[in-house]
Design a protein around this ligand. Structure first.
Ligand SMILES: NC(=O)c1ccc[n+]([C@@H]2O[C@H](COP(=O)([O-])OP(=O)(O)OC[C@H]3O[C@@H](n4cnc5c(N)ncnc54)[C@H](O)[C@@H]3O)[C@@H](O)[C@H]2O)c1
Length: 281
């Protein structure tokens, strides 16, 4: 039997010649994803509704010798989708779509009006569907594509900060991902979801104070909040050839949050008092 060994590649060129669009990439997780994709050799289209943030990150990436171009605009708007198609075509077609832009709703049902519900669903769920449909002809022409949806562990649990609309939208993203994976496999396109746990970004900073953040970090088995680069490195893997046989999956990246039931802080304290645990920890 002959074993074919693929030619070696360095981390810096796994996405060479690939074009990636990251939505909501001006800040937070999206910025971390854009940076890691660019470091892996991709040309990154940095989208954000915040023009200054999109341009700032693009300047930082290009200043570091990486390939990036900014495309500001709200992803729920048709003119932004039209620009995405135009930009992608100009760059030879989009290979990697990262649906990252997302917003939270109201924490409590009694404060959640239908306008907020609709807006959260529009940004978090409808826009990823519309973007996937918009870039599909380009991916089909290339016979290759990677759709990476940034969902949340709220999609399989309950959101502490984002309320019912957020939880429902992220569950919906998981259904959308499964569906895209089965329908688009025939075109050589994979679709997967990343489920971040609590990750330190402007979104989390806006809705928590320092004490809450300390408590949140303590509730994570691995003892810290996630970082945008953690998610970025997983996105690089899913976008690469190495992940070519992975589709339709949802991968939590949460420091162990979703494995344990109940309050981990209490669990850890109990375990620490256990002599066997202490001896082997
Ligand atoms: N931070 C966390 O703890 C966490 C956990 C799980 C999932 N997520 C998900 O990760 C994604 C990014 O979250 P984050 O914490 O980095 O948020 P963030 O608010 O820090 O950054 C989001 C970026 O998206 C942009 N954006 C918002 N609406 C947009 C729109 N309609 N069009 C284009 N851009 C838009 C914002 O301007 C901002 O720059 C979201 O989908 C969020 O639900 C975050």
């Amino acid at each position: 039997m002959t074993i074919t060994v693929p030619s070696a590649f360095t981390v810096d060129d796994v996405l060479k010649d690939r074009v990636a669009l990251v939505t909501g990439a001006g800040k937070g997780i999206g910025a971390g994803v854009a940076e890691q994709l660019a470091r892996a050799g991709a040309t990154v289209i940095v989208n954000d509704s915040d023009l200054v943030a999109a341009e700032y990150l693009t300047a930082e990436l290009t200043g570091a010798g990486l390939r990036a171009t900014s495309l500001s605009g709200d992803i729920t708007r048709q003119d932004t989708l039209d620009e995405v198609v135009e930009f992608g075509t100009g760059l030879g077609g989009i290979d990697v779509l990262v649906n990252n832009a997302g917003i939270t709703g109201k924490k409590h049902l009694s404060d959640l009006d239908v306008e907020t519900w609709n807006r959260v669903l529009d940004v978090n769920l409808t826009a990823p569907f519309r973007l996937a449909a918009a870039v599909l002809p380009q991916m089909r022409r290339k016979g290759h594509g990677r759709i990476i949806n940034i969902a949340s562990i709220a999609g399989i649990r309950v959101s502490v900060l984002g309320g019912a609309a957020y939880t429902a939208s992220k569950s919906g993203v998981l259904g959308l991902t499964r569906h895209l994976s089965s329908e688009l496999a025939v075109d050589g396109i994979t679709a997967n979801a990343i489920l971040p746990g609590v990750t330190l970004t402007p979104l989390v900073e806006q809705v928590t104070d320092e004490d809450e953040r300390v408590r949140m970090a303590a509730s994570v088995p691995l003892g810290r909040m996630g970082r945008p680069a953690d998610v970025g490195r997983l996105a690089v893997y899913l976008a690469s050839e190495a992940a070519g046989f992975i589709t339709g999956v949802s991968i939590p990246i949460d420091g162990g949050m979703t494995v344990l039931p109940g309050d981990y802080t209490e669990y850890r304290t109990t375990r620490r008092e256990d002599p066997v645990w202490t001896a082997t920890a």
